[in-house]
Design a protein around this ligand. Structure first.
Ligand code: NAD
Length: 290
């Protein structure tokens, strides 16, 4: 397939590389990131999109996605699919999809879970919003870049799934870290606590697969001095998107709101920037009540 790929940073670079390895013809554009081996470099986003059957975007946020879409949509052949894999606000995803449809294209919002490791290994999970036919067109490419693609519904449903999942993740990570910090004060050994909780009703992905306590449970960023992994500022980005969506949809999400506030303090007023989001544990363990 002839593919355009715009935004070849930490995630987009390895995703595009996997498409090339599978034999697809990929033309890329990025403002600064180098092209992975085998990706032809275009002079602009529009040039990368010209003649492409599918154009992927993997960009930092919704404002940048909207700006790139204005350039790319007129350059794409009728019937082609614009597939955005960035994590952006639901409104931007829906606005870009509407513009694409008005220009005779199809659009998918297909944010991912799995991080840079999943992008490199080709084991991402895609959460996809958009029409059936476009999903069917892109599914073989999702299968190359990922292990699972869930068709969640119409335009915006992929982004909705992503921010709901990551709101749960932010909240459960904080709860898990709080529990370890409390266990410390109560003189409960962290390994014993892991043994109990990971097989009891308090278990979660944050505890079982990504334990925030160093030397406890499976290997995780906690065992690597909290180098990300999934950076605290990316968790904050997703929690803010969840709160923006909750406000727009009039949904009551008090725990998501608290999680967003705590990660804001951690990243913007403390030393959380550049650390894994599970570094909430040393942050809480070092603090005293009041
Ligand atoms: P990144 O900053 O490494 O990559 C973004 C790339 O977009 C950069 O190379 C940048 O130069 C390029 N870019 C910015 N504006 C551009 C423009 N106008 N035209 C062309 N290129 C432009 O970020 P990333 O970690 O690859 O994340 C990309 C998206 O994936 C984000 O929306 C992020 O929230 C999401 N995501 C990231 C992770 C992760 O673990 N890194 C996990 C899941 C989802």
């Amino acid at each position: 397939m002839k593919i355009g790929f715009i935004g070849l940073g930490n995630m987009g670079g390895p995703m595009a590389a996997n498409l090339v390895k599978a034999g697809h013809e990929v033309t890329g554009f990025d403002l600064s990131a180098p092209m992975p081996e085998g990706v032809a470099k275009a002079a602009s986003a529009a040039a990368a999109a010209q003649g492409a059957e599918v154009v992927f975007t993997m960009l930092p946020n919704g404002a940048i996605l909207r700006a790139v879409a204005v350039e790319v949509i007129p350059a794409m052949p009728k019937g082609a699919v614009l597939c955005d894999c960035s994590t952006v606000d639901v409104e931007s995803a829906r606005a870009v999809a509407e513009q694409a449809v008005a220009a005779g294209l199809a659009a998918l919002d297909a944010p991912v879970s799995g991080g840079v490791g999943g992008a490199t290994a080709g084991t991402l999970t895609f959460m996809v919003g958009g029409p059936d036919a476009a999903f069917a067109t892109v599914q073989p490419l999702f299968d190359i870049m990922g292990q699972k693609a869930v068709h969640c519904g119409a335009a915006g449903a992929g982004q909705a799934a992503k921010i709901c999942n990551n709101m749960i993740l932010g909240v459960t990570m904080i709860a898990t870290c709080e529990a370890f910090a409390l266990a410390d004060k109560l003189g409960l050994d962290r390994s014993r606590m892991f043994d109990v909780v990971s097989t009891s009703s308090g278990y979660s992905w944050s505890m079982n697969a990504y334990c925030p306590a160093p030397g406890v449970g499976p290997t995780s960023p906690a065992d690597n001095d909290y180098k990300p992994g999934f950076a605290a500022e990316l968790m904050l980005k997703d929690l803010r998107l969840s709160q923006q969506a909750a406000e727009a949809a009039d949904a009551d999400t008090p725990m998501g709101q608290l999680a967003a506030a705590l990660y804001t303090t951690f990243v913007e007023a403390e030393d959380g920037r550049g650390k894994d989001f599970s570094a909430m544990l040393p942050r809480l363990a070092a603090r005293h009540r009041g």
